[in-house]
Design a protein around this ligand. Structure first.
Ligand code: ADP
Ligand code: MG
Length: 483
């Protein structure tokens, strides 16, 4: 996009729900959904006298996220109270980390147009989520709200980037990479519709080449990659037009409306909350020693960026392929297993990216739940390589063998799809076809060589697509050229 000498500046605040069994400061279940107010206890309901006890698993997960994003894991961090009133926040404050978070100064490298760009991560801290208001309206046009505390005190990570992103597309690359990492670590399910991975975006604009940051607006209510990109596009242009027409950007919170795709002001700086943070006296400082960090480091899986590098060097795959394959842990596993069985990695990758992904998408399935396994894919590719069936036939039968989870070998035998590679059988059919088309044969001999395709088509029709294409071409040419 041409921005007339301006550039957008974006910093993101991501909230990720952690996949712990219980909540961050009590033993209530942290599971999503369920009967309203069934996952509650005095602590997460904010009843007087109930005290928080930190869930160790939340710290384990936060350390893993910090290590995977190259952060410093601070030996000491502090939980603070963020004070505000809202009906979904029964204590009147949210427990979060403020001045001394667990993780600081990390980064992620995103790949774009053949280059690599480092996006710094300012901090990662742990906090509790609030409950949820459910707004009901009745037929009598009166309306009321109900509160569900199941989500109250579910553990969250907040991951805050520095304002290093320069375009909406870059922001999306960063977010996808971050989400892939959290899902790889098995600490977050990454589900944006259910709000397990959500993002607020801070946006400002400035003249290209300028160092100072412009005044920023914060965009909320972004719950899909698409709305994040649209909202950023809109907001950058809005701010440039404002500045160009002599106006000034004001610091405010704006909401994105998904139906007309514009952002509008929700509250300005004057209405911004003063949260009066202070250390929570109910929780001691969190001390994390070297041994704890190292035991978490030992549990880290190979992460997407490392896997991509390895896939490129070990299998000689292009970056485009590895980004798709290694971005998803289950798909990467599928690929490696199939490539072990059929050691032509690029062919395996092509089939996964086209045929397999199409079927997985259609059934909304992860590769680990595919009815057609990696060994079966390897078997299919081997059959094609051995000339038992053509590649075209392989693609044709793929949807069916995939759904049935069939053995490709048995399937083609049962259906009589084995390719005809017997010379004399093909020659007989060729002779039959040539005898039926004397006019075309004469034209071919007079120099109209593109008629070869016509003869191939005729033979394929006679053999129901089963003639070995390479052999057919050879034999046909030999026949037509009178050898
Ligand atoms: P606060 O303390 O007010 O929350 P932070 O400094 O923590 O502010 O920044 C919050 C988010 O806003 C971060 O992701 C940061 O990168 C981003 N941000 C800060 N200033 C700007 C700016 N001028 N333009 C765009 N993003 C910004
Ligand atoms: Mg902030």
């Amino acid at each position: 996009m041409d921005l007339g000498g301006y550039e957008g500046v974006i910093g993101l605040e991501v909230h990720a729900h952690l996949l712990t069994k219980s909540k961050i400061f009590c033993g209530s279940s942290a599971e999503f959904g369920s009967e309203p107010n069934s996952h509650t206890c005095p602590t997460c309901m904010g009843l007087p006298g109930a005290l928080p006890v930190l869930n160790k698993k939340v710290v384990d997960f936060a350390i893993k996220a910090g290590l995977a994003t190259h952060c410093t894991i601070n030996r000491r961090s502090i939980f603070a109270r963020k004070n505000y009133y809202y009906p979904d926040l029964p204590k009147g404050y949210q427990i979060s980390q403020y001045e001394e978070p667990l993780c600081t100064d990390g980064y992620l490298d995103v790949f774009e147009n053949g280059g690599k760009k480092r996006i710094r991560i300012k901090r990662i801290h742990m906090e509790e989520d609030a409950g949820k208001l459910v707004h009901e309206s009745t037929i009598e046009a009166s309306s009321y709200s109900l509160v569900d505390f199941n989500r109250s005190s579910v553990p969250l990570l907040e991951i805050v980037s520095e304002p290093d992103l320069r375009a909406p597309g870059e922001a999306i690359l960063y977010l996808k990479m971050l989400r892939d990492i959290l899902v790889y670590l098995e600490i977050c399910d990454g589900n944006m519709e259910e709000g397990s991975f959500r993002c607020d975006a801070n946006v400002s604009v400035r003249k290209r080449g300028e160092e100072a940051l412009g005044t920023r607006a914060e965009l909320k209510n972004l719950n899909s990659f698409r709305s994040i990109e649209r909202a950023l596009d809109y907001e950058i242009v809005r701010q440039i037009e404002l500045v160009e027409s002599g106006g000034e950007v004001v610091q405010e919170t704006r909401l994105f409306n998904t139906s007309d795709e514009i952002t509008y002001s929700m509250r300005g700086k004057e209405e911004a909350h003063d949260y009066r943070y202070f250390p929570d006296p109910d929780l001691v400082p969190l001390m994390v020693d070297e041994g704890w960090v190292e035991s978490m480091r030992a549990e880290l899986p190979e992460l997407p960026a490392e896997k991509m590098e390895r896939f490129m060097s070990q299998y000689g795959l292009p970056r485009y392929d590895v980004e798709i394959l290694a971005g998803d842990r289950a798909l990467a596993g599928y690929f490696e297993e199939a490539a072990a069985f059929f050691p032509e990695p690029k062919t395996v990758s092509n089939w996964i990216m086209s045929e397999l992904l199409r079927e997985l998408k259609e059934g909304n399935l992860s590769a680990k739940d595919a009815p057609f396994g990696p060994k079966q894919l390897g078997e299919l590719l081997q059959l094609i390589k051995d000339g038992i069936i053509s590649g075209k036939m392989g693609k044709e039968i793929f949807p069916e063998i995939y759904k049935e989870g069939a053995s490709p070998k048995r399937y083609i035998e049962e259906k009589g799809l084995v390719q005809i590679s017997d010379e004399s059988a093909i020659v007989n059919t060729i002779d039959k076809v040539l005898a039926q088309s004397p006019k075309e044969v004469a034209e071919f001999k007079a120099g109209k060589e593109k008629l070869l395709g016509f003869f191939v088509g005729q033979v394929m029709k006679e053999t129901k697509g089963k003639a070995n294409p390479k052999l057919l071409n050879e034999l046909l040419l030999r026949r037509l050229k009178g050898q």
